[in-house]
Design a protein around this ligand. Structure first.
Ligand code: PMP
Length: 422
């Protein structure tokens, strides 16, 4: 069931490159974007080299081939998340657009004054800002399930805020800062008990663990291609067919229509009703290749590998009294990421020092400013892993943190010495 990360690395040409002054690349920014295996970029290149054409519009050979491959890509992505078929799988630009599609296609129609959307304090801005805007537009309230001191959702609070006023629950499956894996099924059951629909933000979970929409109890699931070994410029929205049939399109134009007169228009069948204009054809075909690749690695194995690395880094950082980590304590399952701060070393300075050693991490608020307010910190440094990350990569990070701490201590000592002689 497990795989060898060193072998996986061979599939990713970019991991052979060097950065800074010839340092081998240690890529620990996978929660932002993952790298792409050669077979995925080859799938995209083959489309352009062999059958580039617009879909659903021509009866010539190339258009037919492109249409079949593009439709087939929907089937493969639908299967990847346990959907019934292509009718339930819409290609969008990214996870953010998928969330907005639910917000405008479902939220605006179902929310009114006196209604509420329940979301959580650990949401990415993709959801949090969107629901704020929809609330402003519709007069509905937004309620936030609180995060406890261990970086987990307070389920007692969830039971308090999910009531009959709630039309929609929008919850992140895996936090992009805390690494927490949320009890989505339990929350979805609570929401369904009150006849609310459930949108799951799967941007960090679909790439890192087996995800099945039925097991989760999700009516909608949003995710992005570029975080799951696929290309940028494409995301997906899974939607339960009955709900999608009822919803109004979010974007209008070609491809999404059936019949148009000067007075009115009717909509195409699912999923094309929600894919206005020329869709991300090459990206969709390449994303299906990425899903196949991940399937072959085994999503259970990816989950296990990520958790192992996260637990290792967490345990090492917990041993240092000058490092604060965020999220669930060691031993509790998390996705492959750890956010932390080193006392006396600004996150951006640490990132720069790491970059000099070829190590890519991210520092800042990770599009979760309100969560950082809850944590009472301006930002954090995040190291995030994927199937090709090795223990040696994590050790390189730990060495660099030790180096940064040494530089800090030397500077503090010289300041003290300086103060004494003045
Ligand atoms: N939700 C979560 C949890 C994320 O981590 C991200 C990306 N950082 C998004 C949503 C948005 O993804 P995208 O920028 O690809 O739309």
């Amino acid at each position: 069931m497990s795989f060898d990360a060193d072998e996986v690395r061979a599939d990713f040409p970019i991991l052979q490159r060097t950065v800074a002054d010839g340092e081998p690349l240690v890529y620990l920014d996978n929660a932002a974007t993952t790298q792409t295996p050669e077979r995925v970029s080859t799938a995209e290149k083959s489309f352009y080299d062999e059958y580039n054409a617009n879909v659903h519009r021509g009866i010539h050979t190339l258009s037919h081939e492109a249409s079949v491959a593009y439709e087939d890509a929907h089937d493969r992505l639908a299967e990847f998340v346990g959907a019934e078929g292509r009718e339930e799988l819409i290609f969008t630009k990214n996870a953010t657009e998928a969330v907005n599609l639910v917000a405008y296609g479902y939220g605006v129609q179902h929310l009114d004054e006196g209604d509420a959307v329940v979301t959580t304090e650990m949401e990415h801005h993709a959801s949090l800002v969107t629901w704020q805007q929809i609330a402003e537009q519709t007069g509905a309230d937004v309620r936030y399930v609180e995060v406890d001191d261990d970086g987990r959702l307070d389920m007692d609070h969830a039971r308090e805020v999910i009531d009959d006023d709630v039309e929609l629950l929008s919850v992140v499956h895996v936090s992009n800062v805390l690494g927490t894996v949320n009890p989505v099924r339990e929350l979805a059951d609570l929401a369904h008990d009150h006849d609310a629909a459930v949108l799951v933000d799967g941007a960090q979970s679909v790439p890192t663990r087996p995800v099945d929409v039925d097991d989760l109890g999700a009516d909608f699931l949003a995710f992005s291609g570029h975080k799951m070994a696929g290309p940028t410029g494409i995301g997906c929205l899974y939607g339960e067919q009955e709900l999608l049939e009822e919803m109004e399109p979010f974007l209008f134009g070609g491809e999404m229509i059936r019949h148009v007169t000067f007075d009115e228009s009717t909509w195409n069948e699912l999923p094309w009703k929600f894919e206005a204009g020329t869709p991300p054809i090459a990206e969709g075909i390449a994303l299906a290749e990425a899903a196949d690749y991940l399937d072959e690695l085994g999503m259970d194995a990816v989950r296990e590998h990520e958790n192992d690395l996260a637990q290792y880094l967490l345990a090492e950082l917990e041993d240092r009294d000058d490092v604060e980590t965020y999220g669930p304590p060691p031993g509790v399952e998390r996705s492959g990421l750890v956010a932390f701060n080193v006392d006396g070393v600004h996150g951006h300075d640490l990132s720069e020092l790491l970059d000099d050693r070829g190590i890519a991490v991210r520092a800042g608020d990770h599009c979760t400013q309100p969560l950082h307010d809850v944590l009472d910190i301006p930002g954090s440094v995040r190291a995030s892993f994927y199937a090709y990350t090795t223990r040696e990569d994590v050790d390189a990070l730990l060495d660099a943190i030790e180096d940064a701490a040494g530089k800090r201590d030397a500077m503090l000592a010289s300041e003290r010495y300086h103060d004494r002689i003045l």
